[in-house]
Design a protein around this ligand. Structure first.
Ligand SMILES: NC(=O)c1ccc[n+]([C@@H]2O[C@H](COP(=O)([O-])OP(=O)(O)OC[C@H]3O[C@@H](n4cnc5c(N)ncnc54)[C@H](O)[C@@H]3O)[C@@H](O)[C@H]2O)c1
Length: 347
């Protein structure tokens, strides 16, 4: 029933939770009823800005009449609100990464199964027109079986040093790899098998942020295809864009390349190419691929349809990243099966 509307809650009213609110308050199929942040000031300001109730309590959100909740707490703090909302019978969409440990990811997937609720992960690259275009070539069989890929997603040092207050609890692997690892797994249509990684640290540590500066992870997928994932968090601020994003992908018969984001070139006091996921409001709503998966989730809940991106997808990405970190610390190839098995033991 295309005209059914739903009541939604949002947990986490920071940078990205505000994007959730912008997406959902301009979507005719839902009403944002409650926004929750453990920081009282943030929760109140968000409630006032978006004209809804606000709370600092997960219990109050759980007891509310919302059918669905979107969650944008920091990377390492997804499990508690996700599991609490699922146990309360709410459908959940959580930001990437699903979790920063396989054990947390498994617990969330199990909670969704037990509750019979949707658990979607916000992998918004799947809604980016260029990546959707790439998927079309794959679906039409124009590339043939997957062979090799290279995926780069890096941020300028502004992101870990100024934008995020919790960067030391995350890293380029948890913040950036989810986008590229999910999208390559989606394009390959294959699951990962093994990871070998190299990394560099020191620049961010010297600034009091204990995380990796840059990582390359080579992931082997089923059937022998492989991809090098590269992410850095120390690109100088002189780069024209906060983000550097490239992908090349080869199959047995064809290939494709995505060279950075479609760019607006601006030359004012400096030359810059603003990030295309900056919020653009026109014609009464916010626009962009970053808003579409959030609206899609609301549509799925309203229509009783299972979202295409689910907790299992999020778990695979978390396993790839945990295997990357294990490969870095133990200087050896690490099988995905090994980290999944260890995660089962630690849940
Ligand atoms: N899709 C994307 O491209 C994209 C971009 C940026 C951030 N993100 C993701 O969004 C998430 C949030 O990032 P952010 O930049 O908005 O962080 P942020 O620090 O700006 O906001 C996080 C908010 O969560 C609140 N919070 C933490 N624990 C809570 C809890 N248990 N209950 C209620 N509130 C709680 C904090 O007080 C804070 O206000 C991260 O997982 C991040 O990776 C996604």
């Amino acid at each position: 029933m295309a005209d059914k509307t739903i009541r939604v809650g949002i947990i986490g009213a920071g940078i990205w939770g505000t994007n959730h609110a912008l997406a959902l308050t301009t979507h005719p199929r839902c009403t944002v009823a409650v926004i929750c942040d453990r920081d009282q000031d943030r929760a109140r300001r968000a409630g006032e800005r978006f004209g809804c109730a606000w709370t600092t309590s997960l219990d109050e959100m759980a007891a509310s009449d919302v059918e669905a909740v979107t969650i944008a707490t920091p990377d390492h703090l997804h499990r508690e609100p996700v599991v609490a909302m699922l146990r309360a019978g709410k459908h959940v969409m959580v930001e990437k990464p699903l979790a920063t440990t396989v054990a947390d990811g498994l617990a969330m997937v199990a909670a969704a199964e037990q509750a019979g609720c949707h658990l979607m992960v916000d992998f918004h690259a799947r809604w980016h027109p260029l990546f959707m275009g790439a998927k079309g070539y794959v679906d039409r069989g124009e590339l043939g079986a997957p062979v090799m890929a290279y995926a780069r997603l890096s941020d300028t040092i502004y992101v870990p040093t100024e934008m995020l207050t919790w960067s030391g609890h995350s890293g380029p692997e948890w913040f950036l790899f989810p986008h590229t690892m999910d999208v390559v797994r989606w394009l390959f249509g294959r699951n990962p098998v093994e990871v070998t990684a190299k990394g560099y640290r020191g620049v961010l540590e010297a600034r009091g942020i204990p995380c990796w500066d840059a990582i390359q992870a080579m992931v082997e997928f089923e059937g022998g295809a492989f991809c090098t994932f590269e992410s850095s968090w120390i690109m100088p601020d002189s780069y024209s864009n906060v983000v550097d994003n490239r992908l090349s992908l080869y199959g047995e018969r064809g290939g494709l390349e995505i060279r950075n984001e479609p760019s607006l070139w601006a030359f004012t006091d400096r030359f810059h190419t603003p990030f295309s996921s900056e919020s653009v409001t026109r014609y009464g709503k916010v626009w962009g691929y970053q808003y579409e998966p959030i609206r899609y989730f609301a549509d799925c809940v309203a229509d009783g349809v299972t979202p295409e991106v689910n907790g299992a997808d999020g778990l695979m990405v978390t396993a790839m990243i945990e295997a990357t970190l294990k490969s870095l610390s133990e200087k050896r190839p690490v099988a995905i099966a090994e980290v999944l098995e260890a995660g089962h033991g630690r849940q």
